[in-house]
Design a protein around this ligand. Structure first.
Ligand SMILES: [Zn+2]
Length: 202
């Protein structure tokens, strides 16, 4: 999962991309090291994003970010050995738009943490659907405030009714995805990583 909040720094440079094409992970590292999540901090140390280690290394190689914490793995490529970061920090401050997340199925499920908002069942994305709280047939729109993660059983039960008519209740009021929500997700992800803690738990 990537809690992305527009910390994108363009496409990987040609040099960096080439380096990865011929990169071989150290024997001691596990093959997933390049996919490990890396916490991205703004120049101000504010956590703003999570990306894969591979992308974090590209940002470091391009001089866009610097490594703040390492994850203990090495990347061996050409004659370079690079420590794989666990936390990186952008060298230039980026203004983070107040609300920059696109409305998408993926982001709605992320916001609702793959939990049916009516019966609280946690399911894989493939077993969840999106429910229009106010049904489309009755004027409901496709917005952050009117879309929630929903299991198929609840979706069938609700049909073209308002939650109240179906005797169903939302776990919580759906809201737009904002930095607060994102930080919450970053905290959930960082719970197991001691190196993330000092940047997230304040
Ligand atoms: Zn349900």
């Amino acid at each position: 999962m990537s809690a992305r909040i527009e910390a994108d720094a363009g496409q990987p440079g040609r040099h960096a991309a080439g380096l990865f094409a011929s990169a071989a992970m150290h024997r001691d590292s596990n093959g997933n090291a390049l996919h490990a999540p890396v916490l991205v901090l703004n120049a101000s140390y504010e956590p703003i994003n999570v990306c894969a280690a591979r992308r974090a290394l590209v940002l470091v190689l391009k001089g866009v970010a610097m490594t703040e914490e390492e994850n203990g793995h090495f990347l061996h490529a050409a004659r370079i050995a690079m420590r794989v970061p666990s936390v990186i920090r952008l060298l230039e401050y980026r203004r983070i738009p107040h609300q920059s997340r696109a409305l998408s199925r993926k982001n709605i499920l992320l916001r609702d943490r793959n939990t049916c908002q009516y019966c609280a069942t946690v399911l894989p994305s493939s077993e969840l659907t999106l429910d229009h709280v106010i049904p489309r047939s009755r004027g409901g729109s496709s917005t952050w405030e009117n879309l929630v993660a929903c299991c198929h059983a609840c979706n069938r039960r609700k049909g073209n009714q308002f939650p109240l008519e179906a005797g169903m209740k939302l776990m919580r009021e759906p809201r737009a995805f904002n930095l607060h929500t994102s930080r919450h997700i970053m905290r959930l992800m960082g719970r197991s990583d001691d190196k993330w803690r000092k940047y997230l738990f304040y």
